[in-house]
Design a protein. Structure first.
Lengths: 307, 319
């Protein structure tokens, strides 16, 4: 991986930089040519925009809201007339398409916020463990091994059942549970990086440990962190939807992709079409995130490109 | 080798201590007073009775002492009595263990027998449409929610086509040794549980095989005039399989954790389903025993993986 730190910038360096493209420019150059990744990013972006504008769409296009029931229009088959039954209606006559968009808000919010927490904790602990070594490393490694040895879904289910958390608390709990992979990765990288000459050089001129970790090691690890983040968001969305499917995710009533599927399973014989959209939405979102992660990795580090 | 195994066993101890602290903390910090819950609705109960019960269960002691009490009994296999069944919690769970082990084992076998050939084929047919299909499947297999695919399978194979049963270990009233009946029951949940692993193995093995077939000794084997088949199966595959053993670790975690969701979808009477039911009805002793059993399964799986790795690759050194 290319070292991107430059301790002192001399005019000569600047002149050279105009010629040689940096890591990000190179990556962007490669990424633009990767149609699959670009397509995934476009789809994901569209899904995010649609979910965020759910209240607006509900008001202007579908003329309903996510809770509004119509007991005379239950189990409507998917139809364009009226548009609010694009994906049909459920046992309470609620608009499935709108609930799907609101569910997207929940899933995407939990996914991104919890992944951000994971990355922050994971990178921080990984840097410290890898750079400081010794007793601190042992304690952090013990933490990682312990968390890795408990099936996380068991912990989440128990936590959810005993505490009945709000969506925000659930996000925080997922955020503090899934960081071990990131820590392992960053720790390994830091182990290797701290033996390199530029770190020795920084230490020789009297840079503090904190400075070395943040200014010299972090920038070298950062690119692949984005890859991990994309994959992490996808995984968290899968976990959250599984929890909601089991009735232990976000509080009941809040539309979510997982709980829509629980509903679809119960009313399957009356309304088989209910089972497709929520699952497809989860699948599509997670697939896009994983493909973006793969594409980013290939773009940032072409040596890793498979095939 | 014996030293390695012993040392590896000792490493498992701090991990198990960590897990027990975690489990204890979650259940004790949960809102709600177990004594009030237990005596809820009981008539003629005085504050003295409640205080008596508190002392009886040791709930008046400081938390660290309560933890020590709990761990001392738990090591001896005593997790307390289930509040729902009024029977010791651990034996209740262990009755469900064979079902989970069956499911996980069949899923693991499916992962290996489907995932490995897919990966090798993709690598050998690199760049062709076969390769592309397998690669797309490798990403999609990860991204698809297992409970959704489980539902779709039930709808397709059980409800619409009526080929396979949708739930349980075996048909009610059938003999437990009715193997064909059991196979039809396990095939759907095991395949759904295996899906992520199949995707993972095919992806992993494709990379490994590509890596190995570009090595010098493969060129030498070709140069010696060996047949393609012999080069692939004897020279390449053997070496490509070594790193696969490490990939087993996270997959086992997925098997144990994923089994909980799959067991719920297919009403499979395993440890996961039982723990889930206990969590919903706040049956604390069963919950705690459930997490400890699931974690112990995982710790043992990791142990087997490490020992397998040491056998497959004798170069491995113990830290």
């Amino acid at each position: 991986m290319a070292a991107v730190t430059a301790p002192a910038v001399r005019p000569a360096d600047l002149a050279q930089r105009k010629v040689a493209a940096g890591l990000w420019e190179n990556a962007w150059y490669r990424l633009r040519r990767d149609r699959l990744t670009i397509a995934s990013a476009v789809i994901l972006f569209t899904l995010v925009i649609l979910s965020v504008s759910a209240p607006l769409l509900g008001e202007r296009v579908f003329n309903t809201n996510e809770f509004s029931q119509d007991l005379l229009k239950t189990y409507r088959q998917p139809t364009l007339d009226p548009p609010k039954y694009l994906f049909g209606s459920d046992e309470l006559g609620r608009s499935q398409v709108l609930r799907l968009l609101y569910g997207g808000q929940v899933s995407l919010f939990i996914g991104f916020v919890a992944a951000f927490m994971n990355i922050t904790i994971g990178v921080g602990l990984g840097l410290v463990a890898g750079y400081m070594r010794g007793a601190i490393d042992d304690v952090i490694t013990w933490f990682v091994t312990t968390l890795n040895s408990v099936p996380t879904i068991f912990l989440l289910i128990i936590f959810s059942a005993l505490f009945s958390p709000s969506a925000l608390l659930l996000t925080v709990v997922i955020g503090v549970l899934f960081w071990t992979g990131v820590t392992n990765f960053v720790r390994g990288q830091t182990f290797a990086l701290r033996e390199r000459e530029f770190i020795t050089a920084a230490r020789t001129i009297g840079a503090s440990s904190t400075r070395i970790m943040i200014r010299h090691i972090l920038p070298n690890v950062l690119p692949l962190i984005f890859v991990l983040m994309a994959i992490d968001v996808g995984t968290i969305i899968l976990v959250e939807s599984a929890l909601s499917y089991l009735g232990l995710g976000v509080p009941p009533g809040t539309p979510s992709w997982g709980s829509m599927l629980t509903n679809a399973a119960s009313y399957f014989s009356r309304a088989p079409w209910l089972v497709v959209p929520p699952g497809a939405a989860i699948f599509l979102t997670v697939l896009c995130l994983y493909l973006i992660g793969d594409g980013l990795r290939d773009a940032l580090d072409p040596r890793l490109k498979q095939g | 080798m014996r030293n390695y195994i012993i040392r590896r066993l000792l490493y498992a101890i701090p991990t198990l201590i960590g897990i027990s602290i975690l489990v204890f903390a979650i259940t004790r910090l949960a809102p709600g007073d177990p004594v009030r819950l237990y005596t809820f609705g009981a008539l003629n109960i005085t504050e003295e009775d409640i205080a008596g019960l508190r002392t009886h269960w040791g709930l008046d002691k400081p938390l660290p002492l309560q933890y020590v009490d709990w761990v001392t009994l738990a090591i001896q296999g005593d997790f307390g009595r289930s509040l729902q069944y009024n029977r010791p919690a651990l034996p209740l769970l262990l009755e469900r263990l064979p079902a989970t082990l069956q499911l996980a084992t069949v899923a693991l076998v499916l992962q290996l027998t489907i995932g490995i050939p897919l990966g090798v084929i993709a690598a050998l047919k690199r760049g062709t449409w076969i390769d592309n299909v397998i690669r797309v499947f490798a990403v999609a297999g990860h991204a698809i929610p297992t409970f959704w695919i489980g539902l779709l399978f039930i709808i397709l194979f059980a409800v619409t086509l009526r080929w396979l049963p949708s739930q349980g270990l075996l048909t009610v009233g059938h003999d437990v040794w009715d193997i064909p009946d059991r196979v039809t029951h396990i095939i759907m949940p095991a395949f759904v549980l295996a899906l992520g692993g199949i995707a993972n193995y095919s992806r992993y093995l494709r990379t490994e095989t590509l890596d190995v077939i570009s090595q010098d000794y493969i060129r030498t084997a070709h140069a010696k005039g060996l047949r393609e088949r012999r080069v692939v199966y004897v020279h390449a595959l053997r070496n490509a399989l070594i790193p696969m053993v490490t990939a087993l670790g996270p997959l086992l975690a997925v098997l144990v954790g994923g089994a909980l969701v799959i067991e719920q979808v297919f009403t499979w009477p395993g440890v996961g389903q039982f723990t889930y039911a206990a969590a919903r009805s706040k049956d604390y002793p069963v919950i705690m025993a459930g997490v400890m059993v699931a974690s112990a399964l995982l710790v043992i799986s990791y142990l087997i993986r490490d020992i397998a790795y040491a056998i497959v690759d004798p170069r491995i050194k113990v830290r």
